[in-house]
Design a binder for this molecule. Sequence first.
Ligand code: DGT
Ligand code: CA
Ligand code: CA
Ligand code: ZN
Length: 584
Amino acid sequence: MALSNQQLAAIFQDIADRLEIRGEVVFKVRAYRNVAENILACPVAVETLWREGRLGEISGVGKEIAKKIDELMSTGRLAFYERLREQVPDGVVEMLRVPGIGPKRAAEFWQQLGITSLVELEEAAQQGKLRALPRMGEKVEQNILSGLAALKRQASGRLRLGDALPIAEEIVALLRQVAPAQHIAYAGSLRRGKETIGDLDVLAAADDPAPIIRAFISLPRASEVLAAGDTKASVRLDNGVQVDLRVVPPYTWGTALQYFTGSQQHNIRLREIAQRKGFSLNEYALTRQSDGTAETFADEMALYARLGLAWIPPELREDRGEIERALELGPGRVVMPGLITLQDIRGDLQMHTTWSDGAADVMNMARAAAARGYDYILITDHTAGLGVVNGLTPERLAQQRKEIDRVNAQLSAEGVKLRVLHGAEVEVRSDGSLDLPDEVLAKLDLAQISLHSALNQPRDQITERAIRAMRNPHVHILGHPAGRLIHQREGADYDWEALFRAAADLGVALEINSDPARLDLDDAHARRAAELGCVFTISTDAHHPDALDHMRLGVLVARRAWLTPDQVVNAWPLPRLRRWRRRA
Ligand code: DGT
Ligand code: CA
Ligand code: CA
Ligand code: ZN
């Protein structure tokens, strides 16, 4: 078993990490770290030194460590290390990769909160659970969340929509302070609402670009200026994301915004249309090829109109049929004018409270939702089958109903229009049976079902399982259908066509889960489901009042799926929702 110096050093480094997390005395931990460094710096293969009995020549290698190297070299294993790996979970060591987390913090998260993976760490930070620990506050949680986002971005090269959006908004707001009267907007895949973003594209209109460029390259979060010219610049942010800025003259705003919004496929189609009319099209102008006269456009609508097209919402610009629709409708019109918007949303149909793994009680979630202008919310705490959380039994559900009745009475006494509905996120067991008996389900205002376990079942089995669960007449919503986590976990391998046909047939709504890690269903699946006649819910799955703001992410997914309010159950007034509940 030949171990390279790097491999050996990595083992000792890992031993040091795990010992430190376990709370070992400092000098011992330092001894392993020193050895790891000295092995890396060693010009000779440690294996050679070992064969020649010269391990003592490596600085820091005493008797104890020499014995360990000997065991590793001769057997390829190290009993001490294997025991240590059982004692300290890999997921806890992985936390050290998050900027701002050292062994002490990792140990606290593990021992005080039972966190043993990055996924659990992220959930705990989002739910505001870390701030309960000593010397930790909201700021630390925010830093950990942005550190986690940076890690994920490194792994995939792309940032999740929910992580990119606040960053872009902050940049736009800061630039706007410099040039308050000008157009400033993000473009690119973010404006189209894609679920992941490669880089951020920011566009500004100004006669004098200099102050905007200066403000951009000195953004507090910019750690590196990649390029800075008279009208464009690029920076890298502290979390590794690249941001490109273009400043254009105001009279070309429409042409530039259209071009930099993309998608590339959409732009290619648009250029073809321009060429057929005898023009060339770029980010500056539409230019007549016969005589070179250039037309510029101050807004996008005018550009689309000049090409004979209706204006197309950015979320649809993927060359998935929107150009054909725009040609049919013609200039001055809008493609899918009824596309769902955040203002159409009247309620949120998935959230958790302190009854299971949420951070706030029913009343606080209700007040937070009322502050967002909603007419209703559905409380959907986990049922007991999920195991890991404080899940609801039929008895506790009955108690929860009483609390919800009290909250509703209080809200109505205060003149608040919001109503709290009683639901549950019911576990679908691996055979498709549900975690609550029918007579309990029947008492809920709406029942949502979710699969959290055995997501890797073969296609036929998991499809059958979900359909069996949806056949229960008390079931209304299938939560986060794929069960995917962006950058972390592929979803279930359904026969999607069969699943969607069954949902449409049974009148079960499919959730578009707005959690930044989920966005599930995704845009393509939701669009296909809609074609097959399904209806949807757009929910936040909030475990904390602040997470109710994720609704806009789900709405972006729904817009990319071409959905209208008529297809989204929680865009309906409460009486229509109640009628739908009693469907045959
Ligand atoms: P991303 O950043 O990978 O998430 O995707 P986008 O769509 O933001 O792509 P990006 O940042 O490379 O470029 C922004 C937009 O600029 C893109 O959507 C369309 C436009 N664009 C960039 N390069 C080209 C090009 O070579 N041809 C055309 N037609 N458009 C381009
Ligand atoms: Ca981009
Ligand atoms: Ca770009
Ligand atoms: Zn939960």
